[in-house]
Write a protein that binds this ligand. Structure first.
Ligand SMILES: Cc1ncc(COP(=O)(O)O)c(C=O)c1O
Length: 422
């Protein structure tokens, strides 16, 4: 065992890993779509390091922006102070987000961006002295690992040990062309009690649930019905944001905009953690008051960190300079050209594609699930082929940095087909 590996084993507890039997790979370098291990083996990062990487690893433009900001101002507390990069990033994001979003609240990661959205929703109703309490969420959804975000995540598996401490949530199926009438009727029944505070959803693609995809028009109808009944609608774009679905934000596919949108992962191009909760003016206005109790008393020490914000600005500059959305369209077309091969393959149960996301659900005994071990075996196999494909249960997912070449995508496709034919 290498020294790095040995010391890692001695000192570190890794996320989402059963440490008993865990095999942690030390990575010493990243460049473009590749990461390199200690022995010089290179791997295509086909899962964008948990869906965060946008332009490739250690991109020099982002590295320079980080260095320059560090030499100028690394951090100043955000409660009472601001910094130029936070303002610049906010101005750019407000420009990019759908028109109804007017204010941004900063936090630390995807989970805190949704946690903030949930707390804001609860306090929005509290500040207006109404009693709404229940949340609606989609079945198979995932919104993070802080307590509130865990409560609105699908039950079972991830959060079972905590269930008796969790608040009540009503789950509805992800809306599709086929089920929309039934879903609308279920939502109608729920809102009839005038008790529903919020509706949270991953727009169009439910990531951790297995890259499950639903219909934009059907989702718009559910949002509209909720809003007619005073329900705050929260789009969790933590995974879908920054081009993953083929548009900058998945909400651009919707005809009705939510009241709150949560973004994270891709904001800094994959360099640093940051979370942002964007709100519409009526949400902000419910907190804007002479009554001190109406203040949103939530914040983290590193909120609005100048280094992360500088990276956020540089990331958006790169989107323009490198015409990143054109790269997304190219990646999307190449992925689309693979779909028929999987549809015809007996080893594949279902294939789903949208934008720069391709999900290949493997045939397996019983229902598909995050805990299906088929993916673990596939993960190990693809490592030997120089590809990091981190499956979600029995679902293989290609969700690469957009700088990936067509040749590299075709190599991944070829290796997946070879694996299926084994
Ligand atoms: C839709 C969605 N929301 C929230 C999160 C949580 O983000 P983080 O891991 O940065 O806390 C994730 C992470 O995968 C996600 O996919």
């Amino acid at each position: 065992m290498s020294q790095l590996k040995e010391k890692d084993k001695q000192y570190i507890w890794h996320p989402f890993n059963q440490m008993k039997g865990a095999d942690i790979i030390p990575i010493v370098k990243g460049e473009g779509v590749y990461v390199f291990d200690e022995d010089g083996n290179k791997y295509i990062d086909a899962f964008s390091s948990w869906w965060v990487n946008i332009h490739g690893h250690s991109h020099p433009y982002l590295a320079k922006a980080l260095y320059e900001q560090a030499m100028q101002l690394e951090h100043v507390a955000f409660g009472g102070f601001t910094n130029a990069k936070a303002v610049d990033l906010s101005e750019r994001l407000i420009e990019l987000l759908p028109d109804n979003f007017t204010k941004l609240f900063f936090s630390d990661n995807g989970s805190t961006s949704t946690e903030v959205a949930l707390k804001m929703t609860m306090q929005y109703h509290y500040n207006r002295s109404d009693e709404k309490q229940l949340f609606i969420a989609l079945e198979d959804g995932y919104h993070g690992d802080t307590f509130g975000s865990m409560c609105v995540t699908a039950r079972g598996g991830f959060n079972e040990p905590f269930e008796k401490h969790m608040f009540d949530v009503a789950y509805i199926p992800a809306p599709t062309v086929e089920n929309i009438e039934a879903v609308l009727s279920q939502v109608n029944d729920l809102v009839a009690n005038n008790n529903v505070a919020g509706f949270i959803f991953e727009p169009l693609v439910q990531g951790a649930g297995g890259m499950l995809m639903h219909d934009a028009n059907a989702l718009s109808q559910v949002i509209a019905l909720c809003q007619e009944n005073g329900v705050v609608c929260i789009a969790d774009e933590v995974m879908t944001g920054f081009g993953r679905t083929g548009k900058m934000f998945a909400c651009e596919y919707l005809s009705v905009q939510p009241d709150i949108v949560c973004i994270s992962k891709g904001i800094t191009g994959g360099f640093m953690a940051i979370g942002i909760t964007a709100v519409s003016q009526p949400i902000y206005d419910a907190f804007y008051s002479d009554n001190a109790k109406h203040t949103f008393l939530h914040g983290h020490s590193y909120t609005g960190n100048a280094l992360a914000c500088a990276l956020g600005v540089a990331n958006l500059e790169l989107f323009e300079q490198e015409k990143t959305m054109e790269q997304v369209a190219r990646v999307s077309n190449t992925l689309a050209s693979f779909v028929a091969d999987y549809e015809q393959h007996p080893g594949v149960r279902n294939v789903r594609h949208l934008g720069a996301i391709l999900a290949i659900e493997l045939e397996t005994e019983g229902a598909s699930s995050y805990f299906n071990t088929k993916g673990k075996e596939a993960y190990k196999h693809f490592l030997t082929k120089g590809i990091i494909l981190r499956p979600l249960g029995n679902v293989l997912v290609i969700i690469p940095p957009y700088c990936i070449s067509d040749e590299e995508l075709k190599y991944i496709h070829k290796e997946i087909l070879a694996y299926l034919d084994k």
